[in-house]
Design a protein around this ligand. Structure first.
Ligand SMILES: *Cc1c(COP(=O)(O)O)cnc(C)c1O
Length: 366
C-alpha cells in the first residue's frame, strides 16, 4: 500500500513548477566553468541588486538572530506612501508568488473557479490545482489577454481572475481602456488579481492602483525580483482593498518577509538610479534581439518586459543544444508552446553571446 493514496489526490497529480536551469547545476552536469555560463532563463536583473540594497543587507546581517518585524511596518509604510495608499492596503510576501498562493488559499476550494488567459504565467494553474479548484483558461489570440472573453467566462463559482500585465512568457500587455472595461464588469463575488511583476519596465503603464484606492475587489501584485534585482531574497507585495488585504494577512505565516529582504527592499525602492540603468539596459537589449530575430526571419512576440518569446522550431532541442554551449534560455513546452523559447534580456555581451550561440545551433541544423 502506498502512502500516496492517503494524500490529497490533486496534490499528487500536480506537475511541479520547473524553474530556469541554475548556473551551478549546469556547470556541474556539463563540466563547464560557472563563470562562463550565461543565464537568460528567469528574467533576473543582469546588473545585479541595487547597490543601496547590498549596503542595507550588510547593515542588517548582524541582527538576524532577532525575528523580523512580522508586521513589516517600515517597508509597508514606505510602499503605502509611494502608492498614495494606507498601511492597511499593503501585504508583504515571500516573493509575489507567495501572495498568489495566499489569494488561492483564501478564495479557492474544490467548488471555486479561477480564470486566466491561455498562455498566462503557469503558477496560477499550479496554485488552482493545489487547492483543488477549477482552472478556466480563456483563449488569447495573438498572445494578448482577451479581457472581454475573460469577463464573459465569469460564473457564480468564479472567485479569482488573474491578469498578468505584461504577461510572462508572452511579454504582451492590455491597456487602460480594456482594464477599465473589465473592472466595470467585475461582479462583487470575484477578486481581480493584477500581476504587475514587470511594471517598472513599462513606458506607458496603466493605472491599476486607482482600483485599490476605490476599494474595489482587486489585488495588484508587484515584486522586487525583477527590476530591483532581488530575486534571491524573495520579497514582493500586494496592494489590495482593506477587506481583501485583511483576509490575506490572516493566511500568511507570521514572519513571511525576512529581515534582510525587508531592509534591502526598502533601500532598493529609493535607488532610482539603479532602476533607471536597468531600464536603459533592457531597452537596448530588447531592441538588439528584435533586430537580430528580424534579420534571421525568426518570428517573435514584441515584448513590453525584460524577456522575449521567439519561435525556433524545436524549443526543447534548441534549449539543450544552447545549454551545452553555456547559454541557458527557457524552453516553453510547459506553456504548450513547444516551438518557442523565452530569452531574458541580459547585458549586451550576454545578448551578443546568446545570438552567437543561437546562430551556431541553428546553423548546425541547416
Ligand atoms: C517573475 C514573476 C513573478 C514574481 O515572482 P516573485 O515570487 O516575486 O519572485 C510574478 N508574476 C509573474 C508573471 C512573473 O513573471
Amino acid at each position: 500500500m502506498s502512502i500516496q493514496q492517503f494524500a490529497n489526490q490533486f496534490v499528487c497529480d500536480l506537475v511541479a513548477y520547473e524553474p530556469g536551469k541554475p548556473i551551478e547545476e549546469t556547470a556541474r552536469e556539463l563540466g563547464l566553468d560557472p563563470e562562463t555560463i550565461v543565464k537568460l532563463a528567469s528574467n533576473e536583473n543582469p546588473l545585479g541588486p541595487a547597490p543601496a540594497a547590498i549596503e542595507a543587507m550588510k547593515n542588517e546581517a548582524a541582527g538576524v538572530h532577532i525575528y523580523p518585524d512580522g508586521g513589516g511596518y517600515k517597508l509597508r509604510q514606505a510602499l503605502a506612501n509611494h502608492h498614495g495608499l494606507g498601511l492597511e492596503n499593503v501585504v508583504l510576501g515571500n516573493g509575489s508568488n507567495e501572495i498568489i498562493e495566499l489569494l488561492c488559499h483564501c478564495f479557492l476550494n474544490p467548488k471555486a473557479e479561477l480564470i486566466a488567459a491561455e498562455h498566462a504565467f503557469v503558477v496560477y494553474k499550479l496554485m488552482a490545482t493545489l487547492f483543488g479548484a477549477k482552472y478556466v483558461e480563456v483563449a488569447d489570440p495573438d498572445f494578448i489577454h482577451d479581457l472581454d472573453g475573460m469577463a464573459d467566462a465569469i460564473t457564480e463559482d468564479t472567485r479569482l481572475v488573474f491578469i498578468a500585465n505584461p504577461n510572462n512568457p508572452t511579454g504582451t500587455m492590455v491597456n487602460q481602456e480594456a482594464l477599465d472595461r473589465f473592472m466595470d464588469r467585475l461582479p462583487d463575488h470575484v477578486v481581480a488579481v493584477l500581476d504587475e511583476a514587470y511594471y517598472e519596465f513599462l513606458d506607458d503603464a496603466p493605472d491599476t492602483v486607482k482600483y485599490v484606492r476605490e476599494g474595489r475587489n482587486v489585488c495588484v501584485l508587484r515584486t522586487f525580483s525583477k527590476a530591483y534585482g532581488l530575486a534571491g531574497l524573495r520579497i514582493g507585495y500586494g496592494l489590495a482593498s482593506p477587506q481583501v488585504a485583511a483576509i490575506l494577512q490572516k493566511a500568511r505565516q507570521p514572519f513571511n518577509a525576512n529581515s534582510m529582504a525587508q531592509a534591502a527592499a526598502l533601500a532598493a525602492m529609493n535607488d532610482s538610479e539603479h532602476v533607471a540603468k536597468t531600464m536603459e539596459t533592457n531597452r537596448t537589449g530588447l531592441a538588439f534581439y528584435e533586430q537580430a530575430f528580424a534579420a534571421r526571419d525568426l518570428e517573435y512576440v514584441p515584448s513590453a518586459a525584460n524577456f522575449v518569446l521567439v519561435k525556433v522550431g524545436d524549443g526543447d532541442d534548441l534549449f539543450s543544444k544552447m545549454l551545452r554551449k553555456g547559454v541557458i534560455v527557457r524552453a516553453m513546452s510547459g506553456y504548450k508552446l513547444p516551438e518557442w523559447v523565452r530569452i531574458s534580456i541580459g547585458t549586451m555581451p550576454e545578448n551578443e553571446r546568446c545570438i552567437e550561440v543561437l546562430d551556431e545551433v541553428l546553423g548546425d541544423e541547416a
